[in-house]
Unconditional design. Structure first.
Length: 279
């Protein structure tokens, strides 16, 4: 079965305000270059055997291209395909959520609402930025600390427990790794790529107990989004590769495919942030 993947074209992509440390430079975005980089990602996913679907971008939603964040996508034998809508920290990103929810609703996904409240004082949950499946869909890892809140993750955990899906909360402490997907990337069901410095000590202990093989990135490698890659059909799509990462991938039977994401990195995102895998 080919993997289905959702992308959003970068028609309105821009860096408007500072939502994370990467955006501090206020660098202007080269729209044409961003479009070429996005096309290269789409093409690499198709070459890896993925079937690509797209959502229509909306003017004024400059971060909508980061299709991993607006909902959490899942599958369960009892209810089929489902989503959990996000409650985003930044208002400009929260406005993206209804467009994604509609897209999934029209395709028959069940919507599981987690009551996170509304407004500034309430809980946050940021989709696949912070919520990542074990490759065999047996559990979910949930980052919190910068975007998703601890109690938001607990409410999500309660909702998933009703489906019998365990959730592992992980506290993040490096502002450059503000989402879990910047410092945690399962390579297969036994091996994971992490940046240890991104985690609170007790969360690191938890992680180490759950994986057969843990491969560590340096701070420099993590901050260049080498842990924000996409695993697809024996390939690892990554914006950069280091000798250490190359050796890790070789050990795990993966070939690196290097894709430039320099325009999207100005916004603090790279390859994994730009897609949502569909069940």
């Amino acid at each position: 079965m080919p993997k289905h993947v959702l992308l959003c074209p970068p028609a309105y992509f821009d860096v408007v305000d500072q939502k994370n440390p990467y955006m501090a430079g206020k660098l202007p975005v080269d729209r044409q270059k961003a479009q070429r980089q996005w096309e290269a990602l789409r093409s690499a996913l198709e070459q890896a055997g993925c079937e690509v679907e797209t959502i229509t971008p909306v003017a004024g939603l400059e971060d909508m291209v980061f299709a991993a964040n607006q909902v959490f996508v899942g599958f369960h034998d009892n209810i089929g395909k489902f989503i959990v809508p996000s409650r985003m920290v930044h208002d400009s990103r929260q406005r993206e959520v209804p467009f994604y929810v509609d897209w999934y609703r029209q395709r028959g996904y069940k919507i599981i609402e987690v009551d996170l409240g509304t407004g500034q004082g309430n809980d946050r949950l940021e989709g696949h930025g912070d919520l990542l499946w074990q490759p065999d869909w047996s559990r979910i890892y949930a980052g919190y600390g910068f975007r998703s809140t601890s109690s938001g993750v607990e409410k999500f955990r309660d909702a998933m427990s009703k489906l019998g899906i365990p959730v592992v909360p992980l506290e993040l402490v490096d502002p450059h790794c503000y989402h879990l997907d910047t410092c945690f990337c399962p390579l297969n069901n036994e091996a994971v790529l992490i940046y240890p410095g991104a985690y609170a000590p007790e969360s690191l202990v938890t992680l180490r107990g759950l994986w057969k093989r843990i491969h560590e990135l340096t701070a420099d490698e993590a901050h260049k989004f080498m842990g924000n890659g996409i695993v697809a059909n024996g390939r690892y799509l990554t914006p950069y590769v280091s000798p250490r990462l190359e050796a890790i991938l070789r050990q795990e039977g993966l070939s690196p495919v290097i894709l430039d994401t320099s325009e999207f990195e100005k916004s603090g995102g790279s390859l994994f942030c730009m897609k949502a895998f569909l069940p």
